[in-house]
Design a protein around this ligand. Structure first.
Ligand SMILES: Nc1ncnc2c1ncn2[C@@H]1O[C@H](COP(=O)(O)OP(=O)(O)OP(=O)(O)O)[C@@H](O)[C@H]1O
Ligand SMILES: [Mg+2]
Length: 325
């Protein structure tokens, strides 16, 4: 079976996620090449250890860049750090205003609060970049290569964390507003209020998009090994809990069943004479059965292990053959 439905016009955002090293970047890049044949496509990495440049075999950076050799494909490696510093520059006055109007805080308190990290704000701002891009509609498809499981899950729960932070700030504001209204009879919202409203909107936009089963799809990538399967189970369950329904699963690095026919693998070695290969294939067959049982509600795409790593446009283009047939 192959990945399906990615060319549906309503589907805008496709995220690839899974355990470290299972092939997320390769699947994301390869999907980028595939979709760019029909759509203006942007390939985005949110993994702090970006590897789109390595995968595509050309330098990508924190600004959108056209991918050389592929019409209609651009790429971007989002820097959460840069997004955070932009956030601080843009909103410092507003945040200070909220804190400043709180009766309990003096300047020293405010300085120390401002220098404290707001939970996950850097990554939320990174994700905001994606939502902004989608709303600007410069591209028709957005493919995201996420960091390994834990990080990706954290990213998805961050809007909630940020929401709590907004609530605390809003509470401070309400006390201030109440006092102003009590003593002067009238309250005019200022930039502090605008900031809170804007943040709340950002959280809602991110969550809304991620939970929109038509506009957004998360594709889990795994390999036929015990630890990877366990991690995939946790990932899929947590994503479901969050409201992001996973529908498709890629099982990568599968020793091709045709190898069982005694084809030469590795070069110069008859498979039926290679105990190592036979054992590996047997173990993989067990795990693939387990995957089919555990994830019976997901559409599974099996990808053969290639003789060489999948790097550069040509290799990725070939890889689309396995992913999409
Ligand atoms: N089917 C395959 N056959 C052979 N090599 C593969 C296959 N899929 C991926 N690779 C290679 O395996 C390595 C890891 O793949 P990739 O970088 O896509 O994984 P990842 O999940 O993004 O890793 P990380 O968690 O480190 O970001 C790369 O060198 C890639 O070229
Ligand atoms: Mg990667």
């Amino acid at each position: 079976m192959a990945l399906t439905g990615l060319k549906e016009d309503v589907l805008k955002l496709i995220l690839f996620g899974g355990k470290g090293g299972v092939g997320k970047t390769t699947c994301a890049s390869s999907t980028g090449l595939y979709l760019a044949k029909d759509f203006k496509t942007l390939l985005i990495s949110t993994d702090p250890a970006h590897s789109l440049s390595d995968s595509l075999g050309q330098e990508i950076g924190s600004e959108i860049k056209e991918v050389k050799g592929v019409k209609n494909l651009s790429a971007l490696e989002i820097s959460a750090e840069k997004a955070l510093s932009k956030f601080k520059i843009k909103y410092e006055t507003q945040i200070r205003k909220i804190l400043d109007t709180s009766t309990y805080l003096d300047q020293e308190d405010i300085d120390s609060i401002f220098s404290l990290p707001i939970p996950g704000i850097d990554e939320v701002m990174g994700f905001k970049t994606i939502v902004d891009l989608i709303e600007q509609a410069q591209f028709e498809k957005y493919i995201v290569d996420t960091a390994p499981t834990g990080h990706a899950l954290r990213l998805l729960t961050l809007p909630e964390l940020l929401d709590d932070w907004i609530k605390v700030m809003a509470k401070m504001r309400w006390k201030y507003r109440y006092m102003v209204e009590t003593f002067s009879g009238k309250y005019n919202p200022d930039e502090g209020d605008d900031f809170l409203v804007e943040m709340k909107k950002t959280v809602n936009r991110i969550e809304g998009l991620l939970r929109d089963g038509k506009a957004c799809e998360f594709i889990a990538v795994t390999i036929p090994e015990d630890m990877a399967i366990q991690e995939t189970e946790r990932l899929v369950n947590n994503l479901n809990k969050f409201g992001l329904k996973v529908k498709q699963l890629v099982v990568n690095n599968v020793l091709h069943p045709s190898l069982m026919d005694g084809k030469v693998y590795p070069p110069g070695l008859e498979l039926r004479d290679c105990e190592f290969c036979r054992e590996r294939i047997k173990a993989q067959e067990e795990y693939i059965k387990q995957i089919r049982r555990k994830f019976s509600n997901l559409k599974t795409t099996i990808i053969p292990l290639q003789p060489r790593e999948v790097k550069g446009i040509e290799a990725l283009d070939k890889f689309t053959g396995s992913l999409f047939q």
